[in-house]
Design a protein around this ligand. Structure first.
Ligand code: ATP
Ligand code: MG
Length: 574
């Protein structure tokens, strides 16, 4: 491919609205352009990477026995009503009305459509197991689209669904997908791990997320190197037994203390000379768009884990209450809530169960209570595990020390059981002619997120360093002076030869300064650069530069193809 005929609009300036390296570099390398919030065009270079990722995914899915299909993106509301998700999916679901006032959604995931297909076609155990997948555009009206294609509203997903006779067979299908996903991410050149995950909107009994480790990841993974435990912090259980240093102290009379303008635990603890662990943090939450408001209590030095809280309550949506609601419920401004004499349901985290003489808000502006005691001064309606695991906690499996890492979720697999098949009556006849419900699994991979995650893991101050397997081209040829006809002929010959040998070659034949060409080559991150200069040519030599290591070497033109081959094998193995 001659660059002069290609469409590769690179950008020198750092885009001001891009917060993380992959977003900045995908714009600068001419891979993507924004059309609207969370909606992007893929330019040719970006598309080449996406196709590479898709091919790896496709190969591994096919190898694992999954079969490719393609479902519509626009889905009639009737199917979503059968599972109840039309009402419960929330604001991420983009709803559409046609000219006949029929309602549809732009599919954010396709459990309903695939289950509908299978229930209509599958009648007998002989047709199972079945694993169908597609690579398709999804739409989710994300509350905060950001980081470019990492969290966009429109994006391409590989989504797959397995259908089995029973739980035992479904476990085998799940493991096959687990292995296939590992192969996909390994082949894509990523450092990743599979971790236990919350089942969220999709539901089901078990689930793993595949996390690419990167500082910029939005997720936090907790792991234990001793027993191998690894989980999204959203899901990680916390051991109920929290030792409070003052557990054995006698209860003192409750007392209201003036704390003018002191709202945060930090401010109040300084003012009262108390430690953060002596506080009961009280947050007011709104459940299911205002159906109920509740108070949630956690020890002052811990954080509430919203997915756990949501699961404990069996709620579809929870959010921190607005300042007006807080005022309604507590009679006080945000920052002064406490459980004493509170007229709403109280959910308490296990961590407050054995607190003695705690500090909390007094439900009165500028006042806090000291010596508040559970059982005597308030009684929670529910006590459970609703906090985030934190650094001092032991491993929930083996009680050894835990570690935290940031990660980017690139894939997610779920065991669904019969949640969807039961709702949609997807059944089959077993060997005895008895009607049984199909057992399902669902599996998703974010295609562009893989590309972005690869950039997060592999970049330097000059640009992208593509893993060889998903690089848009494998070799870039850089002739330094296109006015020199000998040099141009030689560059054309090398392009031809490398292409014939099976390499994807970008030939920077532009009439640009060498510095511009070098900068662009480094920016777009092609693994192998072949630099053709007048001095080398007169000796029958070119220079090879490996983008990942910066290593440069002169090579005889006759040996170039072999050398590129050798470097490629090495890069693929690294
Ligand atoms: P997240 O927690 O990041 O929102 P999710 O749990 O909602 O992800 P799934 O429903 O499991 O995601 O979707 C499967 C895969 O699709 C994810 O693992 C991710 O790689 C990709 N994906 C999900 N949402 C987006 C998005 N907004 N933009 C790009 N890729 C996405
Ligand atoms: Mg999501």
């Amino acid at each position: 491919m001659k660059l002069s005929n290609y469409f590769l609009p690179t950008v020198r300036e750092i885009p001001s609205d891009a917060e993380i390296p992959s977003h900045r570099l995908m714009i600068r390398a001419g891979m993507i352009r924004k059309v609207a919030a969370g909606i992007y065009s893929l330019l040719p270079l970006g598309l080449r990477v996406i196709r590479k990722v898709e091919n790896i995914v496709r190969e591994e899915m096919n190898k694992a026995g999954a079969i490719e299909t393609l479902l519509p993106s626009i889905v009639p509301s009737e199917l979503w009503k059968e599972t109840g998700r039309w009402d419960f999916y929330g604001k991420e679901l983009l709803r559409i009305t046609d000219r006949h006032q029929n309602q549809f959604c732009y599919g954010p995931t396709h459990e309903e459509v695939m289950t509908n297909l299978v229930r209509n076609e599958v009648k007998s155990y002989k047709q199972l197991p079945l694993n169908l997948y597609q690579i398709q555009t999804k739409f989710r009206d994300e509350i905060r689209p950001r980081f470019g294609v990492m969290r966009s509203r429109e994006f391409t997903m590989k989504d797959g669904y397995s259908f089995d006779c029973d739980e035992e067979a479904a476990a085998i299908s799940y493991q096959k997908m687990h292995d296939a996903y590992s192969a996909v991410f390994r082949r894509s050149g990523l450092r990743f791990g599979a971790v236990e995950a919350d089942t969220g909107q999709i539901g089901g009994s078990a689930s793993h997320e595949f996390m690419v480790f990167a500082e910029t990841g939005e997720d936090v993974v907790v792991s234990c190197s001793k027993c191998g435990f690894a989980s999204n912090v959203e899901k990680a259980e916390v051991s109920p037994a929290v030792i409070n240093p003052n557990e054995q102290v006698p209860q003192l009379p409750i007392e209201e203390i003036e704390t003018p303008d002191k709202k945060t635990i930090g401010e109040v603890s300084g003012f009262l000379g108390k430690e953060e662990w002596e506080f009961i943090k009280t947050l007011i939450y709104t459940i299911d768009s205002g159906k109920e408001h509740i108070a949630v209590l956690v020890r002052g030095d811990f954080e509430i884990n919203e997915p756990k809280l949501k699961n404990l309550l069996g709620a579809d949506e929870i959010e921190l209450a607005s300042p007006e609601t807080v005022k309604d419920i507590t009679n006080a401004s945000t920052g002064f809530a406490g459980p004493h004499k509170l007229e709403c349901r109280i959910v308490a985290d296990n961590s407050i169960e054995n607190m003695v003489n705690a500090v909390s808000g007094a439900n009165r502006d500028d006042y806090h209570l000291i010596n508040i005691n559970i059982g005597r001064d308030f009684t929670p309606d529910i006590v459970g595990d609703v906090r985030l695991i934190s650094l001092g906690d032991p491993c929930p499996k083996c009680r050894d020390t835990i570690e935290f890492h940031r990660g980017i979720e690139v894939g997610h697999i779920f065991r669904l059981g019969t949640k969807y098949s039961e709702a949609m009556k997807a059944t089959y006849l077993d060997t005895n002619g008895k009607k049984k419900t199909i057992v399902m699994g669902t599996y998703g991979i974010g295609i562009a997120r893989i590309a972005a995650a690869a950039i997060e893991q592999c970049n330097d101050e000059n640009g992208i360093i593509w893993p060889y397997s998903i690089a848009p081209f494998q070799v870039v040829i850089i002739p330094l002076n296109i006015k020199n006809s000998e040099l141009v002929n030689s560059a054309n010959g090398i392009e031809e030869k490398l292409r014939e040998a099976g390499f994807e070659v970008l030939h920077d034949d532009r009439n640009e300064r060498a510095g511009v060409k070098f900068a662009d080559a480094d920016l777009i991150g092609i693994p192998i650069q072949v630099i053709i200069g007048p001095r080398g040519i007169s000796n029958g030599e070119v220079e090879i530069k490996v983008r990942a290591t910066g290593e440069r070497r002169n090579i005889k033109i006759e040996e170039l193809t072999d050398e590129v081959q050798k470097i490629s094998v090495k890069l693929l193995e690294s």
